[in-house]
Ligand binder design. Structure first.
Ligand code: UD1
Ligand code: CA
Length: 474
């Protein structure tokens, strides 16, 4: 976290995201691939946001329309900069700095858009290390440094330069300290160093990494902040996407367990970055909490649940169910095998029991739909009970219609409520009814054919059958 002695004025944050991301083999730009519910670039922006830059510039190029549309829709403080031709990371930063006034001073933080495990602490410490230096680099020691730029230090341990893997000598290749691609620069010194970059390297590109050697040559100190191996992992292909996803998943699980959430089986639990949980929530095995889901204290979720954009209030229980866009009231019960779709609102101690599907439907306080029902486009009053296998017939093949069920109503089993229709307070419907007309308060609606029995039908029509023999013996 930030300490009070940081006085650095962060003139700009520059996020590099113009590269092609070829190894993802995807029509989706790399930085828009998601881990734990958020695109890679959102994780990076979230890690940098506590650093509070005056300006955030994201450099886009390949598939820039998609990246730009995402950024514009979600981050109003972000300014998009287009790098038409990808001439290297140094070129990308030069293009970005054209958006800054030539008189601006302070520091510039540079990040890549594909390193979602960076933490705000890494960034704060990096900015801190740049105090009194011309640049600070975030580095880590990797067991396998293949592909990364190596940090070359002098005998006295000072950072001298960064050498790209492809351009490194055998001695340099044996260095395990690598460049994370995250830097904090003094803006004025960075500007002047960028004008001195050359392209005499194996890729013929303008490398941002060469800025370090230029600064050192001109006598400016460069610092390095070493962090752990995990934090700097970048995503270049789908294997790495899954790998960073697993690390992030356990970070999120650890955070919630330390915040007072019981997670019985972390291995089968997925909680996206956007989810919010209170103390004393219990998650049983095989639970996925997705999107803007929140769960209040005392609630028990699982086993086998997937909750998306769902609010679960205090002490509710949700068992073996799938929900999306639902609000589950205090002490309410859901499941097993239940599907709550957008617009479902369950009141306090309401119940959507086994094999129930609900959509755009409000269930009042203490009201129950205990078994095997479809409830669509409905308002159900407090204390009402919807009998097993009731269907809210909301769709006439063209339009959807609403059903209103009053308070303390008793809907008989296997009722069809053909919308639009209203059942008044305290009314009943007879089991097996097809209700097409409103039922007044306190009435019973009966909408079914009267039963008749044809005596001895089986003996005449099925003589000698097991049924007939059973009937005769009776
Ligand atoms: C870069 C560093 C390397 C470091 C590694 C860490 C350079 C020359 N090398 O290598 O020292 O170890 O990151 O992951 O900087 N980009 C642009 N425009 C361009 C080129 C790249 O926006 O013209 C963006 C890419 O989209 C990516 C980032 O810059 O987000 C890094 O570029 P990439 O080509 O992946 O560099 P690396 O080879 O990984
Ligand atoms: Ca039926």
């Amino acid at each position: 976290m930030f300490t009070d002695n940081v006085t650095t004025d962060l003139a700009a944050l520059v996020v590099l995201a113009a590269g092609q991301g070829t190894r993802m083999r995807s029509t989706t730009p790399k930085v828009l691939h998601t881990v734990l519910g958020l695109p890679l670039i959102d994780h990076v922006l979230a890690a940098a946001s506590p650093a509070n830059p005056d300006l955030t510039l994201v450099v886009v190029g390949h598939q820039r329309e998609q990246v730009e549309a995402h950024l514009v829709a979600k981050f109003d403080q972000v300014q998009v900069v287009v790098q038409d031709k990808q001439n290297g990371t140094g070129h990308a930063v030069s293009v970005a700095l054209e958006s800054l006034s030539t008189t601006a001073t302070g520091s510039v933080l540079v990040l890549a858009g594909d390193t979602p495990l960076l933490t705000p602490e890494d960034i704060a410490q990096l900015i801190n290390s740049n105090n009194g230096a011309s640049a600070a680099i975030l580095t880590a020691h990797l067991a396998d440094p293949t592909g990364y730029g190596r940090i070359v230090r002098s005998n006295s341990g000072d950072v001298e330069k960064i050498v790209e893997h492809r351009d490194a000598s055998d001695a340099e290749l044996s260095i395990t300290e690598v460049n994370s691609g995250v830097y904090c620069f003094d803006l004025a010194l960075l500007r002047s160093a960028l004008t001195q970059l050359g392209t005499s390297n194996s890729q013929g590109e303008l490398y941002l990494t060469d800025v370090i050697e230029i600064l050192r040559r001109d006598g400016h100190p460069v610092h390095a902040h070493v962090t752990n191996e995990e934090n700097i992992l970048g995503v270049n292909d789908r294997k790495q996407l899954a790998q960073v996803g697993q690390i992030l998943r356990y970070r999120i699980l650890d955070k919630w367990m330390l915040a007072g959430v019981t997670i019985q089986d972390p291995q089968s639990t997925w909680i996206e970055s956007t989810v919010c949980l209170d103390e004393d929530v219990t998650l049983l095995p095989n639970v996925r909490l997705i999107g803007e889901t929140s769960v209040q204290s005392g609630a028990i979720i699982g086993p086998d649940c997937s909750l998306e954009n769902t609010r679960v209030l205090e002490n509710a229980t949700v068992t073996k169910s799938t929900t999306n866009g639902a609000i589950i009231g205090e002490g309410a019960k859901v499941g097993p095998y239940t599907y709550l779709r957008p617009g479902t609102v369950l009141g306090t101690r309401a119940k959507a029991g086994g094999f129930v599907e609900m959509k755009n439907a409000q269930l009042g306080d203490g009201a129950k739909v205990p078994h095997l029902s479809y409830v669509g486009d409905a308002v159900i009053g407090e204390g009402s009970n919807i009998g097993a296998a009731t269907i809210f017939v909301n769709y006439d093949g063209v339009d959807k219609h609403q059903t209103i069920v009053g308070k303390h109503v008793r809907i008989g089993s296997d009722t069809m409520l053909v919308a639009p229709v209203t059942v008044g307070d305290g009314a009943y419907t007879a089991a097996g009814s097809v209700i097409t007309d409103d039922v007044p308060a306190g009435a019973i609606g009966v909408g079914r054919a009267r039963q008749r029995n044809i005596l001895n039908w089986v003996l005449r029509k099925r003589p000698g059958s097991d049924s007939a023999n059973a009937a005769v013996a009776d």
